[in-house]
Design a protein around this ligand. Structure first.
Ligand SMILES: *Cc1c(COP(=O)(O)O)cnc(C)c1O
Length: 296
């Protein structure tokens, strides 16, 4: 029922290859599709017809839940952080896309959003929307990690380093669990903070990993003109788009580490392109507003 397209890795330069996992489905892209796969199968098994999840105004996860619902026959509810967004749907590329995919929104204040995991809030949502299958913000749970364990295949056994961007830690956990003991998994957090170590340890059953915390560019969704120009020249060189929140920062970090001689000369590195391209339009709106160069 749920088919994931495996792409050939592309070689960027002699040591470094890229797995184009953003092309794993025509409309649900990258790691968010991986994370949804077993959650969708579980919802079907439980005969739930509604998926409900949470996210911010530019969330890749919200876009993916909406598209997956549309594609696989679920109604979708998006609980969105920020009441003020209710009358800005059409100005927001992510929300208007999700709406087109049939998602129904429930906008809540930042305070209510912070308390979204409470039983009282879940009960309130059930009385509004009926029985639903709940998927956490960012999509990370044990079934999501299981889906991410399928990103690496036998064809990837020859790589010494596997690199991925990190948000909640679900994706890297799956990579860790399906890696070989002699491989090293490097995570590039897209945000500040040291809670990730603990999150990843909850799901990961190996210790062959490390977080590289120098490339968050000041925090989640924070960018500067250096990063934008890197993303634009990467696309000009390889015809491969990168997103500004996750994959752009990771690739910037990998090239910087290569320059510093971090990787042994004969080692082979595989970076995972986890997707997130739907976020470019939203970011460009902000950049135009600030009169900064945009992502091409
Ligand atoms: C959400 C996301 C991540 C982070 O994944 P986690 O499992 O939350 O760590 C990485 N890349 C992209 C493109 C994403 O959308």
């Amino acid at each position: 029922m749920i088919e994931i397209i495996d792409q050939e890795n592309v070689c960027l330069e002699n040591q470094l290859s890229l797995k184009l996992d953003y092309l794993n489905h025509p409309d649900i892209s990258g790691n968010k599709f991986r994370k949804l796969k077993y959650n969708l199968l579980e919802a079907k098994k439980l005969q739930k017809s509604i998926l409900l999840s949470f996210g911010g105004a530019f969330s890749n996860h919200i876009a993916a839940v909406a598209a997956a619902g549309h594609r696989f026959g679920f109604k979708t509810i998006g609980v969105i952080r920020g009441e003020e967004l209710a009358d800005k749907i059409l100005e927001n590329p992510t929300l208007s896309y999700a709406k087109k995919q049939g998602m129904q929104f429930h906008f809540v204040s930042r305070k209510v959003f912070r308390e979204k995991a409470t039983e009282a809030f879940t009960e309130d949502l059930k009385s509004r929307f009926g029985d639903f299958h709940l998927i956490p913000e960012g999509g990370t749970n044990a079934l999501a990690v299981k889906g991410c364990e399928e990103i690496l295949t036998e064809k990837d056994h020859g790589f010494d380093y596997i690199c991925c961007p990190v948000g909640t830690g679900g994706t890297i956990s799956g990579l860790i669990n399906s890696s070989l003991p002699q491989q090293k998994i490097l995570g590039f957090p897209a945000l500040k903070g040291d809670f990730l170590q603990e999150e990843i340890s909850k799901f990961a059953n190996n210790s062959n990993w490390e977080l590289i915390t120098d490339y968050h560019f000041g925090g989640y969704a924070k960018i500067n003109s250096q990063l934008i120009s890197f993303i634009n020249s990467f696309k000009a060189n390889y015809q491969i788009p990168l997103d500004p929140v996750y994959t752009g920062k990771m690739m910037f970090g990998i090239y910087d580490l290569l320059k510093q001689g971090y990787f042994p000369e004969d080692s082979k590195i595989l970076a995972i392109h986890t997707g997130g391209l739907q976020g470019i339009d939203g970011m460009n709106k902000k950049l135009r507003h600030k009169k900064l160069p945009i992502i091409k």
